[in-house]
Design a binder for this molecule. Sequence first.
Ligand code: AKG
Length: 264
Amino acid sequence: MAAANFENAKSRYETDGYLILPQPVIPAELVMRAVEGMDAIRRSEYDTGRPPCSSPWKHGDDPNKLCKIEQPQFASKAVFELVSHPELGRWAAQITGATMVQAWWVQLLYKPPHVGNANTNVGWHQDQSYWGIWEDGSQLLTAWVAISDVTADSGPMFFAKGSHKWGLRNQGDFFGQDLEAQKRAIAAQCQSEWIEDTAILPPGGVSFHHCLTVHGSGPNTSNLPRRSFAIHLRTQNSRPVSNKREGLSQYIDDPSLCPILFEE
Ligand SMILES: O=C(O)CCC(=O)C(=O)O
């Protein structure tokens, strides 16, 4: 695909803390099956016979709220195929220099069109704040895969450029709704200029972000849902604290749940 020739991908990722690929990476046919898989999971229908992990949103909850379901690849064959797609591993290896890339945790994110007071923003945050199970310095990043057209009005992700160099701020909140207040608080404490970039993506498109990159997203003012998977990746340069398997690291020894996407 044309995206495979995207110039300076590694140095852009290293400088900015994220990379937004200009072309789709996941084939359209697999995107269609993943959309069906996503809808089935939202209805609690699991073609693998296994449910996802306990999640902030479940079937029967307010359909106007942000739907976040943990480890959806456990529950749908098509979603597992998407999460395992070798192009994701190849890109992640290219931008990090890794010899091994594993999907260790995945989140289904379905952002419905905004209605009333329903909470659908994703507050500014750094993923690392939630990932204390990993030793300091572990090489962790996220492949965020769009399976709908992610346009400027559908609540796309915003990244603060270069914020992966600001250190761990512990100021963000994924579920925070007042994006402007959060931004002011974070910006007031950092020495650098706040420059935002928006991750507009076609279906099958992907952005990558570093575990310290400050990011969030606003309301979906379009009339279609914004659909995606946040696929959290690790490289060979990562280790759970005390090498323990618990919480978010409990499945990493099972590649049938947490697939290896790249290995040299
Ligand atoms: O989907 C979003 O708007 C935010 C997702 C996110 O926080 C992440 O992928 O780390």
